[in-house]
Design a protein around this ligand. Structure first.
Ligand SMILES: [Zn+2]
Length: 235
């Protein structure tokens, strides 16, 4: 018996959404991830920084419900079995929004908000890259060719976090590097969660400065406005 299976005998599995025992996820919590993606850019206070019009953003679900537990367990709770579950959610979402992207000059590229240096090593896998591949597969299902741009952007170690949204935004702008030629490309951005929109706006701006067009973004979950407001802070 593999060590992982032995561990299962000792550590009870539970639904990351509601804590129901002895199930990887319950049907009710899982159902949220089958929702049709909705446009959510109006919920992000930091998407339109620097007079830039708000980037159109689709999200599969809201982070306020069971989805929050799924994302936390997946990113930092060691639930690697959610890789496939959430990849499939991203793939379905990309398939659903695909028809809205068919008029764009192709082939599309899919880029992601890069994780911090060391995150992939700590987690044992590269989650942004996983989402990028899933989105590409979803677009391919509706006949849209999309190339993998998950390595196009990188964050240097200088990125600030924890302070105000404006400082995070400025820190991200300074530490984002575009590592491949993207001039003339049309790029869809993917990410796991949109909170204030600062990360998506930072990535979109960096790509546009390098000559790309960024028509939209697709995320797994969106934080509710109250949550986004708390993250922005009152100062
Ligand atoms: Zn549940």
């Amino acid at each position: 018996m593999a060590a992982r299976d032995l561990a299962r005998l000792v550590v009870p599995v539970e639904c990351p959404g509601c804590g129901a025992r002895d199930t990887l996820w319950c049907d009710e919590c899982a159902a949220e991830w089958w929702d049709t993606p909705l446009r959510v850019e109006s919920l992000a206070p930091r998407l339109d920084v620097e007079d830039r019009p708000a980037l159109p953003v689709w999200a599969v679900t809201s982070l306020s419900g069971p989805a929050h537990g799924f994302v936390t367990a997946w990113k930092d709770g060691g639930r690697r079995d959610l890789d496939r579950f959430l990849s499939e959610a991203m793939e379905r979402a990309a398939t659903t929004i695909g028809p809205a992207l068919t008029q764009l000059p192709g082939p599309l590229m899919i880029a992601c908000v890069p994780s911090r240096p060391g995150a992939a090593r700590r987690r044992g896998r590269d989650l942004p890259r996983l989402l990028t591949g899933a989105a590409a597969a979803g677009l391919a299902a509706v006949g849209l060719e999309a190339t993998d741009g998950s390595r196009v952007l990188a964050l240097s170690r200088g990125e600030q976090r924890g302070s105000s949204a404006r400082r995070r935004w400025q820190g991200m702008r300074q530490s984002l590097t575009v590592r491949a030629p993207v001039a003339g490309r049309t790029i869809l951005i993917v990410d796991d969660v949109m909170t204030t929109g600062a990360s998506l706006a930072g990535v979109a701006e960096a790509l546009e400065r390098a000559g790309a067009a960024v028509p939209a973004a697709l995320v797994l979950a969106v934080a509710e406005p109250a949550r986004a407001k708390a993250a922005t802070g009152l100062g």
